[in-house]
Design a protein around this ligand. Sequence first.
Ligand SMILES: [Cu+2]
Length: 222
Amino acid sequence: MAISNRLFIVAVVAIVAVSAFGISYNLSYVHGKSSPAASTDKITLVITTNNQFNKSTGDQPSFYVLSNGTLQSSSVLYFPQNQRISLTIINYDDGPAFPLGPPGAGSNGVIYYNVSGTVGNVITVVNNTNVNSSSPSGASINVSGGQAVRGIQLDNVAHTFTVSGLNLNIPIPPSSVVHANLYINGAGTYHWQCQAPCGSGSNGWSGAMATAGWMTGTVVVS
Ligand SMILES: [Cu+2]
């Protein structure tokens, strides 16, 4: 074997060894750093449109639970008590609906629909993630990310995730991803309801709005 070949092999072995050390070092570093003091439960809800409700009503929007890569019924949601819940809501609905309830007036005179019941009464909103329905074909993907807000302008609310028994109100803009951290102290059974009349009927409160697993349902905290 020529000396240059031996040098090459030594060099390769050294590179592999250093890389392996780096990977294992990084893994242990990340693992050690990511161990939280309290356990976290991640819950992801997905709002889709074009769900066939029945023949006379037609399509309705609906909340689902993302579980093991499949969309499951939101009729009964299970939340853990006394630990941090990392709640993500992915909304594919690109149309707003005016929510009910007392809005808070912003300092600039703009009316907002306030967040409540989350850590800091804040949600993080990533807008324009629904690129398929909001971007014309060929347009660049425009994602503005990670804005922490205490409210959403009233005419920019598509749905809400509201559990009045927990004073929890999460307004959800069209075509957005919303994230919130929350704690729920103690067990209980509650009613959840979207407060933006997005269903059928003359006032929008029929169909999905009045049917468990669509825009309303039960939250079991245990
Ligand atoms: Cu709704």
